[in-house]
Design a protein around this ligand. Structure first.
Ligand code: ME8
Length: 643
């Protein structure tokens, strides 16, 4: 038993949660639940990253303050976390005072170590990463290696951190602690990056105002990554009068500290963060676990690419556990995986409805039909008990290595063994031949029910609600399992078994896919073909398009659509309904009262069954054409011609 501390990345509040974010959080939740199950004192932290230029810009584009934007996105994260039963012990926001004080304490320690100085900072800057890149990391067009978007040359006076001083200590640390970065291939990447030499790092920004003021450097704010990374210790009370959690979970030499992150932010966690900690004289994390990306159309799912999959619809239809299971089973932890509705539905029907759901309902139905409840005898000599030891060992070994897919495979193999046992013992035949008081019948079904309960306990880190439902089915309280529930002999005897609905009712995949707004892959906005150089139109042709200003008077989501909003717009002389594909970028309530430009003479069209009489204009930003509404000053009356 060791104190175990596990964290997700803290999420930027300029994007609503999508499958990639939920993945990081579900993985971390599964790790935390596993450690609680095995009895480790566990602490699980998540939160939001709310400062920096990107947030400042996103808020300005939406006409709200950065904190209002953050509050809205935070509440979306928290709602979703509740639905997914994310068991975080704390939620840190970098705009909280406790965080600011902790960051100030870290900066003070780095300054005291003599690791800060002021100098001119110039380089190629990616606004999405909020990071500088060296020339050799960029392609010929100077595009960001993560986002593929243009970087810009920036120059300003900054506070610098002596990162170069830590190249050698970091290399020593990597050599001594190969578990510091996992999987192994990522460690190799980090080592070669550090081996190539480290430049000092600019850790203040003077062009950004939305941040923590840099101590002793008026006009500068703390670089967003130094700010953000510090959350892992500020949330434990570092820099505050009550640092008990910090002592228990960070300073404790017996403790284990794991950061779960996506591979895109590896350098920040495996190079910059330990360097800051070394400078501040604080212990380093035990392991930085970098997982792969969820891809669609071979690209990372992200807002800047514009191919996001929001979890809401799948969760609504199939429940959170189905999605939790899919994410952990489908992706080999550490590697990339492709997301598709088809793959989700295939796993849902095969693994959940069939393998798990049918096994549970078959054993439960046999018990109910035979005894009206659980059997009257415990069985301690049978094939399921013998199969459990190796199954448990395989599951546990895989869980310790964060090999979630393998751990689930081990459980599914065990479920197949339970099924095989039931089929070969033919309890329905015993019942017919020997009656329901047959000791053999009680033993066979008690062995099968024990097996199902053990599988449910081991499944609980992945699918907590499902695991509780299985306990309830066999007359146990719907509770969080503990280590004792991984041991044989938990089945209560002669206990009534309440009727339960199917855990995962079979889905009609065809109907689901055709009932959607196209398949997931169809949702990627398609960039219009590039206009040929001579594709010019006459003024008469342009005048055929009636552009007008309009005021949005009401807005709501189109049911079952992630993308569409139904808008009522005032065109001065008339009211119209228009449907716009902007739901991923705008909340309905922030649109009311907004002045926009519309195409007024467009033929009516139906989108997801809702009639649209016109089109609201938006700039298509980035490669994927993410919509940003074309704004019109508030004093321009609706119905004014745009020409
Ligand atoms: O990077 N597949 O925040 P963020 C898998 N604020 N995981 C994905 C993903 C995808 N397609 N897209 C995003 C930040 N993620 C910083 C972190 S930590 C001190 C600061 C996951 O909201 C992935 O783990 O852009 C990524 O690193 C994380 O979401 C946070 O993304």
């Amino acid at each position: 038993m060791q104190p175990f501390y596990v964290t997700t990345p803290i999420y930027y509040v300029n994007d609503l949660p999508h499958i990639g974010h939920i993945y990081s959080t579900v993985v971390t939740d599964t790790i935390a639940r596993y450690h609680r199950l095995t009895g480790d004192p566990t602490r699980f932290l998540t939160g939001t990253d709310e400062h920096g230029q990107n947030i400042e810009k996103a808020a300005a584009a939406q006409g709200v303050t950065p904190i209002a934007l953050a509050d809205r996105v935070v509440s979306r994260y928290q709602d979703l976390y509740r639905r997914f039963e994310i068991s975080n012990d704390d939620f840190i926001r970098t705009t909280q005072q406790r965080h600011r004080h902790g960051v100030e304490a870290i900066v003070a320690r780095i300054a005291a170590a003599g690791d800060l100085y002021v100098a001119k900072h110039e380089g190629w800057y990616c606004a999405s990463c909020e990071a500088f890149y060296t020339e050799k990391e960029l392609d010929a067009e100077k595009r960001c290696p993560v986002h593929g978007t243009a970087t810009v040359w920036e120059s300003e006076d900054n506070v610098f951190f002596r990162l170069s001083k830590y190249a050698a200590p970091l290399r020593t640390h990597y050599a001594k602690h190969p578990e510091f970065v996992r999987p192994e291939s990522r460690l190799a990447e980090v080592v070669s990056f550090v081996k190539a030499g480290l430049n000092d790092l600019s850790v203040s920004r003077s062009k950004v105002t939305w941040g923590i003021p840099f101590p002793n450097h008026p006009g500068h704010v703390v670089y967003v990554w130094l700010d953000a990374l510090s959350n892992y210790v500020t949330a434990l009370g570092f820099g505050s009068p009550d640092a008990a959690l910090y002592r228990e979970f960070w300073e404790n030499p017996e403790g284990c500290r794991v950061h779960v992150i996506g591979k895109d932010i590896l350098r920040f966690h495996a190079v910059y963060w330990p360097a800051f900690l070394l400078s501040a004289g604080l212990p380093l994390p035990t392991t930085v676990w970098a997982h792969g990306w969820w891809l669609r159309d071979e690209k990372k799912i992200s807002k800047s690419v514009g191919n996001v999959v929001r979890p809401d619809e799948l969760v609504e239809r199939f429940g959170p556990d189905a999605l939790r299971y899919f994410l952990l089973r489908e992706m080999t932890f550490g590697l990339d995986a492709r997301f598709s509705d088809e793959a989700f539905l295939a796993r849902y029907n095969a693994d959940l409805a069939n393998d798990l759901g049918n096994t549970v309902s078959r054993v439960a139905a046999l018990c109910r039909q035979s005894f009206g409840g659980t059997p009257n005898e415990l069985c301690t000599d049978n094939d399921i008990l013998r199969a459990w030891s190796p199954a448990r060992a395989d599951w546990q070994a895989a869980m310790e290595e964060c090999a979630f897919s393998r751990a689930l495979e081990a459980l599914w193999k065990f479920l197949a063994q339970i099924n095989g046992f039931v089929v070969s013992r033919e309890p329905w035949k015993i019942r017919k031949e020997e009656g329901t008081s047959s000791p053999r019948l009680h033993r066979v079904l008690s062995a099968a029910a024990e097996g199902v309960l053990l599988a449910a306990a081991a499944l609980s880190p992945f699918a907590p609600a499902t695991s509780r439902k299985i306990f309830e089915t066999f007359g146990l309280p719907a509770k969080e399992p503990s280590g004792a529930d991984l041991e044989w002999g938990r089945l209560p005897l002669e206990t009534p078994m309440p009727d339960q609905p199917a855990l995962f009712p079979r889905a009609d995949a065809g109907a689901y896919l055709s009932g959607k707004e196209g398949t997931m892959s169809d949702q990627t906005p398609v960039a219009p073909p590039a206009a040929p150089a001579d594709d010019r139109i006459s003024i008469e042709e342009f005048q055929k398009v009636k552009l007008s200003t309009a005021k949005i008077t009401a807005a709501e989501r189109v049911p079952k659509s992630n993308r569409l909003l139904r808008l009522q717009v005032d065109l001065g002389s008339e009211q119209r309904q228009m449907v716009a594909g902007i739901a991923a970028q705008y909340e309905p309530e922030q649109l009311v009262g907004r002045n926009v430009v519309v195409v007024a003479n467009l033929k009516p069209a139906k989108l997801m069954g809702v009639e649209s009489n016109g089109m609201v204009l938006a700039a298509a930003v980035g490669e994927a054409g993410a919509p940003v509404l074309v704004d019109v000053p508030a004093d321009v009356p609706p119905g004014s011609k745009v020409k």
